[in-house]
Design a protein around this ligand. Structure first.
Ligand code: PLP
Length: 310
């Protein structure tokens, strides 16, 4: 183990940083948080929301984010669609035109429903409102599909370790735009552990505000080598191919997709349990290379995660 205030640590952070910036599509610093993604999701609310936050809600994780914003004492308004449907940029536009909001939360790839939201269209709408910050959760799409943070004008982009990066859980990555840093400076009560400005100050010295999970950083270094050895285009194409395979399997076996057509995720697939399968029993027996069947507690649907077993 290396100490987190020593040169070996700084060299490790320095070494993985360019690859992370490439994956995020950003020139901004990329931060390492020793928390699961929810830590950074909550942090984004605490660091950015002043006037009010519009929470785009289309599934379990995005619905919960609204609850988290309220628990942080913020003025939060839901933009809810039925599960399986996507968030429409025109609905966001109507809400932002009221002038009530300075922040929008959006989950790119809603893991609980298998919906991918139309990010370029939503970002074009956000561009009409330069004083509004977009916080984007890419937990289950990051590194499986291309998401260029700077080109899209995303203000906070965050992801976890345990999805397409296939690392152990308990670690997350995020990046913050210049606009979002400026906003954070004016927001009181950001706390310490998740204060974006602490992350910025410490990263300038290739350090983290508190003792990080260094083991995750070693694993991340190895994962980045693997990703760039394969090549990003090849990696995205592989996810596309696996997605097609799973979709063909869904059609062949007579399941119905949960997500509406045109907005189905490339990195995971949710089906309705229209065949009334006993999920508990199925989960006990599913193993090996077969798709993993996972129960969702709120509705009759099951996400199948694609990709290699790592
Ligand atoms: C889209 C999405 N957002 C947020 C989370 C929360 O991640 P964690 O439980 O690792 O904090 C998950 C977890 O699966 C997720 O899929």
């Amino acid at each position: 183990m290396i100490g987190h205030r020593g040169e070996d640590f700084k060299n490790l952070y320095r070494a993985i940083h360019p690859g992370l910036q490439t994956l995020f599509g950003t020139k901004q610093p990329v931060f390492l948080s020793t928390s699961s993604a929810w830590g950074v999701m909550e942090a984004s609310i605490r660091n950015l929301v002043d006037r009010g936050v519009l929470c785009c809600m289309c599934g379990a994780f995005s619905d919960k984010w609204f609850d988290v914003a309220k628990r942080c004492g913020k003025e939060a308004v839901p933009l809810q669609v039925d599960w399986g449907k996507h968030i429409d940029q025109k609905a966001i536009d109507r809400q932002l035109a009221t002038g009530k909001f300075d922040t929008v939360t959006l989950i790119h790839n809603e893991t609980s429903t298998g919906v991918v939201n139309p990010l370029p269209e939503i970002c074009c709408t956000l561009a009409k409102y330069p004083d509004v910050a977009l916080v984007l959760d890419t937990v289950s799409s990051f590194s499986g599909v291309r998401i260029d943070m700077d080109a899209l004008g995303i203000d906070v982009m965050l992801t976890g370790a345990q999805k397409a990066l296939a690392l152990p859980p308990g670690f997350s990555l995020f990046s913050v735009s210049g606009k979002a840093f400026d906003r954070a400076e004016k927001i009181p009560n950001r706390g310490f552990y998740f204060d974006f400005l602490e992350f910025k100050k410490q990263r300038a010295e290739w350090m983290t505000p508190s003792t990080p999970s260094i083991a995750h950083m070693h694993a991340l270094q190895s994962k980045l080598e693997e990703i760039f050895e394969e090549g990003l285009d090849a990696r995205f194409a592989r996810h596309e191919r696996t997605n097609t395979l799973v979709h063909n399997w869904v059609r062949r076996t007579g399941f119905e997709f949960f997500a509406e057509k045109g907005f189905r995720s490339k990195t995971l697939t949710c089906v309705k349990n229209n065949k009334e399968i006993d999920e508990k029993a199925s989960r006990k027996t599913s193993s090996g290379d077969r798709p993993r069947l996972r129960q969702n507690s709120r509705q009759n649907l099951s996400p199948f995660q694609h990709g290699r077993r790592n």
